[in-house]
Structure formats: structure tokens, C-alpha cells
Write a protein that binds this ligand. Sequence first.
Ligand code: NAD
Ligand code: IPM
Ligand code: MN
Length: 353
Amino acid sequence: MSGATRRLKIAVIGGDGIGPEVVEASVPAIERAARSCGGELEWEWLPYGADHFLRTGETLPDSAFEHLRDEVDAILVGALGDPRVPDQRHARDILLGLRFRLDLYINFRPCILLHPDLCPLKGSADRKIDFVIFRENTEGLYLARGSSRNVGTPEEEQVAEEVNTAPKVSRIIRAAFLWAKEHGRTKVTMADKSNAIPAHHLWQRIFAEVGEEFPEIEREHYYIDALAMQLVKRPEQFEVIVTNNLFGDIISDLGAQLVGGLGMAPSANLHPGKVGLFEPVHGSAPKYAGKGTANPMATILTGALMLEQLGMSEGGRRLVEAVKAVLREGIRTPDLGGNATTTEVAEAVRAAV
Ligand code: NAD
Ligand code: IPM
Ligand code: MN
């Protein structure tokens, strides 16, 4: 990128557990990569998370929501989830609330093997794992529709309704095909459970209809259970996977482990034309909070997705290359078999950018 410096405002919600640590450590590397291609990032730290909720009773006030919607260029989130809030109300309001209210219908979760020894499968020396999950992010079981009866009695009944609507199934499937086309991929795989859940026939119909618009891209279907098996058996066969909200959540942790674990998995919540929300796939890992050993690479790679979406693809590419270089040097946190700290790894990445 050339010309004048672009100033971009990034709102940060560090959140809970390891969230604030991994974000704080990652900021200098992301900043340096942005600067290398003409971007100046202004970071705005917001206090929302379990501490704030327990102190004030506030999860995400409307004024903050409106600010995030209208006045920032991107939102970077660490993680939300805290054992002191058993129902995780704050996480629902903040994380799912932002996804739903900003209508960020694409949960984009790449699974890319950045160093051969990170894959737990045997014979991984020359494996090429490089696929992306398009997780539907605005409906499914996550709307928490349903009913409760006889709560607390032996006859308790909890009904959770899974919502699948044609417009929302269409837009996530179309996003997957469009991305495949724009990135020279040749196949999109859709996973559902239509053999047991009749509602999922909608996914089959729409996948066929939308797929017709992309004759150059192969369509493949798996039931979600078989997809899980294939992901472990031969992950290199996949390019783009599209699925519903819950299945996408589950297979994104499986996909993460194929490429080194949750410490290596980035994600972006997107709706073209709207502000994006960027977060690592992992959660707040409470037992590692405050120890300084959490892997910041997932957050740094999330920063790469953020730079790409902000029009700084070159900065994003540099971050990924820097992470690869640091992995080769063997500077790793304990989850990857090393003994470096969060800040040592993040600083090594910054230096390598
Ligand atoms: P988790 O992702 O927090 O942690 C599971 C395990 O993965 C950890 O115990 C640890 O072994 C490993 N791990 C995760 N991130 C790591 C990192 N950066 N470096 C090294 N190891 C890492 O999942 P969980 O234990 O099921 O959930 C803990 C809390 O986080 C819950 O409240 C959950 O709801 C929440 N959560 C939040 C998000 C989010 O904010 N996006 C995502 C997942 C879970
Ligand atoms: C994720 C998380 C969230 C989800 C939780 C914290 C609600 O697991 O981002 O993958 O299920 O979407
Ligand atoms: Mn998850």
C-alpha cells in the first residue's frame, strides 16, 4: 500500500481469563505489521467482561454497542467466559450479542498447518492442511428459542429449537462459494445432519441451488458425523467447509487441533460492509489465566485476518510469515512443547515481522 498513512480505530475487549494477556502481548506485532503497509492503529480498550459485570451488573450497554457499530473500524476480542458467572450471561450478551446484533453472519475460521510438527496425526511431515470453515453465525440453536416446563422437578422438559431460514442459509453458503471462487479453490463441502433432522433438507436444497451459480466449483456433501471422521482421516482433502452454527463451533475446535491446537486458531466474524469482530477460536482457559504461558499466536493470526479485512493484506501476510518463522526457530509456548512465555513468543513474532 502506498500514499498517506491510514488511521484505523480498533476497539479491544480483552475479556476474561487469558483473553487480556494474549491480546496485550499481540498488539505490538499487529501494530508493526499494519505500519509496514501504511496503517496506523489506534487501540481503544473497553472494560467489558466478567470483572466489569460482577462489579457493575452491566454486560454490554447500548451506548457501547452503538459505539462499536458506528465508530470503530474493527473489534478485537480476547475471550469471554468466567467460572464466577455460572450462566455466562455476560459472554452471551457481549460475544453472541455482538454477532447477532451486528448481523455478522460469516464466522470465518481457517485451519492452516503452519509447521509440520504441529499436526498430531501420524505421517504429518509433508501434510498440507489448508481449509476454512464458514460457520453460520446468526441462527441455528444459538438463538436459544424454545421452552421450559416443570423446571426443577423430575419431569423437567427443556426444548431447544434450531432455526434454519432460507435467506440465512443462502447467504452463508453463497459466502463460502464466493470466497472459494475468489481464492482459486475448487471445492466446497457442506455438512448437515439431514438424515436425522428433517429441517436440514433446507441446507441440501439451498446448497444445490446456490452451487449452480458456481459451475466451476465442485460441490461435496457429508453428514456432520462423517465429516468429523474424514477431518481426522484425511484433512488435506478439504478446501472450504460450510455448516450451521453449532456444527461449525464443534468442528472448529477439531480443525484447530489438526493444526496445533486452540493456541493456533484464528477467527473473524464478518458481514461485508459492516464492522468486523475478530477473536481467536479459543476461550478464556481459566486454569492458565495469569500464568503468562498462553499461546498468543491464535490472537496474532486473528490480527492478520483483521488487517486483511481492513485492506492491509500485505500486513496480514507478514504476520503469518512471522509466526511461521518463530515456529521454525522453536520459540513456543508449552501447548506447543516449548517453554517460552506469552510475551516472549509475541515479541519474537513482532521482531520477525
Ligand atoms: P478454552 O478454549 O478456553 O480452553 C480449552 C483448553 O484449550 C485449555 O484448557 C487449554 O488447554 C487450551 N487452550 C486454549 N487456548 C489456549 C491458548 N491460547 N494457549 C494455550 N492453550 C490454550 O475452552 P473451555 O475450557 O471449554 O472454556 C473456558 C471458557 O471460555 C468458558 O467459559 C467458555 O464458554 C469460554 N469460551 C469463550 C470463547 C470466546 O470468547 N470466543 C470461545 C470458547 C470458549
Ligand atoms: C466460540 C465459542 C462460543 C461459541 C461460546 C463462548 C459461546 O465456543 O466462539 O467458538 O459457541 O460460539
Ligand atoms: Mn467454540
